[in-house]
Ligand binder design. Structure first.
Ligand SMILES: C[S@@+](CC[C@H](N)C(=O)[O-])C[C@H]1O[C@@H](n2cnc3c(N)ncnc32)[C@H](O)[C@@H]1O
Length: 281
């Protein structure tokens, strides 16, 4: 069902495919296989519905603070290999490639990986990226294959116990991983999710900060940052003709307000829209 997709197409062998030497965890049971199949089908057939929403929410510079913070933490030098877990349609894959990293993008969905390849090819023709279609809960790489693992909006699609086991297995000693995840309790996004169930998969499960902290406990050393409380209120400005400049100013201002609020009232952190977990092994 899964395969790899090198730069030449779905059946070509990637030039720098890591050695395959899988340390197997428990096999995935039938009920989990059903969830994975349904995630795959949704992302192959329905994910296009989200494209304009994702553009609104994530187009630069809206997400720059998260991207900057994760890249700073990963301390990746040009030429280093990075696993982009659940790389999807490639926004972050492209950003990692821009940093000069050798990106291995893994995603369940072949359609998403094709979108990513088109995006990267249009923005940086000739960039070498290895695209692999696989389930992030059981990846075809040897233990300790990666010093750097990156993920955005992927953990909440996964079985947390399996995902933490797999990330721990794949990370080399001294390695670093970051995951930026949409969280469950921001009132606006919570309402949005209830009103638009067609824009997300049946089984995804935005995490609470409590769950994210528990996820972090599986790794010796992890920390969590919160992003975006009031700042998302500025998104409607982006929809107005000529509203982008005003959006940028208000969004930047509200992010500073958010930072003050998170610092002054710790309980508000649980309502942040995004949580970023930074892991060291
Ligand atoms: C919300 S998108 C995020 C994509 C990208 N990281 C971004 O932020 O633009 C989630 C991605 O995870 C992929 N995905 C879901 N379940 C997966 C799994 N079990 N293994 C690998 N990828 C998975 C989906 O196909 C989808 O492309």
């Amino acid at each position: 069902m899964y395969g790899n997709m090198g730069p030449g197409g779905p059946s070509s062998r990637p030039a720098n495919r890591p050695e395959v030497n899988v340390t197997q965890s428990e096999p995935i049971n039938d009920s989990r296989k059903g969830v994975i199949a349904s995630e795959l089908a949704w992302h192959e057939q329905e994910a296009h519905r989200r494209i304009s929403l994702d553009k609104l929410l994530y187009d630069p510079p809206a997400f720059d603070p998260v991207v900057r913070s994760t890249l700073d933490f990963l301390q990746a030098g040009p030429g280093e290999r990075v696993l982009d877990m659940g790389g999807g349609e490639g926004k972050e894959t492209l950003e990692l490639a821009r940093q000069g990293l050798v990106v291995i993008s893994v995603d369940l969905s072949h359609v998403q990986l094709c979108r990513a390849r088109e995006l990267v090819e249009a923005a940086r023709p000739g960039t070498r990226i290895v695209f692999i279609q696989a389930n992030a809960e059981e990846l075809p790489f040897a233990a300790g294959s990666f010093r750097i693992i990156h993920g955005k909006a992927i953990i909440h699609h996964l079985d947390l116990a399996r995902a933490s086991g797999e990330i721990g297995r794949l990370l080399a000693d001294g390695g670093r991983a970051t995951f930026a995840e949409p969280m469950n309790d921001h009132p606006l996004f919570r309402l949005g999710r209830q009103l638009t169930p067609q824009l997300r998969t049946r089984d995804e499960h935005p995490l609470t900060f409590r769950e994210l902290r528990q996820f972090g406990i599986h790794f010796g050393n992890s920390s969590i940052e919160e992003y975006f409380l009031l700042a998302p209120l500025s998104y409607p400005l982006r929809l107005l003709p000529g509203g982008e400049a005003l959006f940028r100013r208000i969004h930047a201002f509200l992010q500073r307000v958010d930072r003050r609020l998170f610092d002054s009232f710790a309980r508000l952190r649980d309502l942040a829209w995004y949580g970023v977990i930074k892991i060291r092994k």
